[in-house]
Design a protein around this ligand. Structure first.
Ligand code: GRF
Length: 217
């Protein structure tokens, strides 16, 4: 069976895109990154895609009168390239149901928090301000509401007393780079099923011990 033809939508530095590109270099990885689309012309992620000889396209939202026409252009491009699956990797535009519905269950996103906590922007500042002991990241199927939808994989990151938003972001990002390729692989291998908006994973293997932060002595 062929690999899942996947597009990655970006707006910026593209470190998650890089993690997906690196994973897909392995010919046994079940998805191939066939197209990278940015809504920001100078996004560094475009350079990463070019380095990997992946087709790139720019769909600059500023060139469109409204969201509808922007999304129509995006959708047309994906179809033109025979894309079967879409990953949002730091794609900073909200997508309306007009785009999301036709791609339902074929569209996933990475978010830098343990959803449903801290939807939206500035997640690390908000986690620190709330004094939570753990934060992390989530890969989920996209639904029309922002940062909402069935959760595929999460990684928890313990917060340290001396963390700044930047230090925390760096540790969460490392986790992002692990769970995004892992989540895409699970979906591409057909190991996920969505039942009543809950993702069931074939061979689900939960981690062992309960974690404490601060650790209990
Ligand atoms: C990541 O933290 C991602 O979770 C969020 O935006 C950031 C994008 O980083 N949605 P990069 O462009 O993948 O480096």
């Amino acid at each position: 069976m062929g690999r899942l033809r996947t597009a990655v939508l970006i707006s910026g530095r593209g470190s998650n895109l890089q993690a997906l590109i690196d994973a897909a270099r392995d010919p046994t990885y079940p998805a191939e990154i066939a197209l990278v689309v940015s809504n920001v012309p100078g996004a560094f992620g475009l350079e990463r895609a070019r380095q990997a000889s992946i087709a790139t396209k720019i769909v600059d939202h500023k060139n469109f009168p409204d969201r509808e026409s922007f999304e129509r252009a995006l959708d047309g491009l994906l179809r033109e390239h025979k894309i079967e699956f879409v990953c949002l990797a730091g794609f900073m535009r909200l997508l309306t149901p007009a785009f999301v519905t036709p791609w339902l269950d074929r569209l996933i996103n990475i978010h830098p928090s343990l959803l449903p906590a801290f939807k939206g922007l500035h997640t690390h500042e908000r986690a620190l301000a709330a004094g939570v002991r753990f934060t992390g990241c989530t890969v989920h199927f996209v639904r029309p509401a922002t940062d909402d939808g069935p959760i595929i994989l999460q990684a928890a990151v313990a917060i340290r007393p001396d963390d700044t938003p930047d230090s925390l972001a760096a540790r969460v990002l490392e986790a992002e780079h692990q769970i995004f390729p892992a989540a895409l692989a699970l979906v591409a291998e057909g190991k996920t099923r969505i039942e009543k908006e809950i993702v069931r994973i074939e061979g689900h293997n939960p981690p062992g011990p309960i974690l404490f932060n601060p650790a209990l002595n």
